[in-house]
Write a protein that binds this ligand. Structure first.
Ligand code: GDP
Ligand code: MG
Length: 149
């Protein structure tokens, strides 16, 4: 098959990736970013910071009112996170695929959560990473974490 115009190329998109406090504390930041880069995605912004309640309430707005919301916010502000904007073709879906399903126990081997996550013994699912779940979420979350971009 020949492709002759740029219209045939998949346009790059962007997603927000967080290495959550459990990932940073366990020294897995490099491992997460290594997998992102090995897949062929490009890190276009990167920052370590400790999130406050206001940012987390906005970031997890869709989960407000759920029983795990308060423990989730408490966990997410318990230590620094590493936030990254990652760019690539179909990267929103692709990073979710690299991350694996929400609960590490059932996440497929080969995924970040399946290989490395631990979801037992804590009040909130500690699953190492966050990745935006749609283009709308990605735009909103990138705006929250990296307002200058
Ligand atoms: P994600 O998109 O795979 O990260 O999952 P969600 O957006 O559904 O949930 C956000 C985060 O809240 C998850 O990554 C978990 O850390 C946590 N979480 C989600 N569902 C539950 C739950 O049923 N119980 C608890 N304790 N934590 C949860
Ligand atoms: Mg989510």
């Amino acid at each position: 098959m020949t492709t002759t115009s740029s219209a045939a190329a998949t346009p790059a998109e962007r997603t927000l990736v967080l290495v959550k406090p459990d990932g940073v504390a366990r020294g897995l930041t490099g491992e997460v970013l290594r997998r992102v880069e090995a897949k062929g995605y490009r890190i276009v912004a990167l920052e370590m910071r400790t999130a406050d309640d206001a940012l987390l309430a906005e970031h997890y707005a869709e989960h407000q009112g759920k029983p795990f919301f308060a423990p989730l916010v408490e966990f997410m502000r318990s230590g620094p996170v590493v936030a990254a904007v990652v760019e690539g073709g179909r990267v929103i879906e692709g990073f979710r695929s690299l991350a694996g399903t929400t609960e590490p126990t059932g996440a497929a081997p080969g995924t970040i959560r399946g290989d490395l996550g631990r979801d037992w013994g804590t009040s909130v699912v500690q699953n190492l990473v966050h990745g935006s779940d749609s283009p709308e979420s990605a735009a909103r979350e990138i705006g929250l974490w990296f307002p200058a971009l």
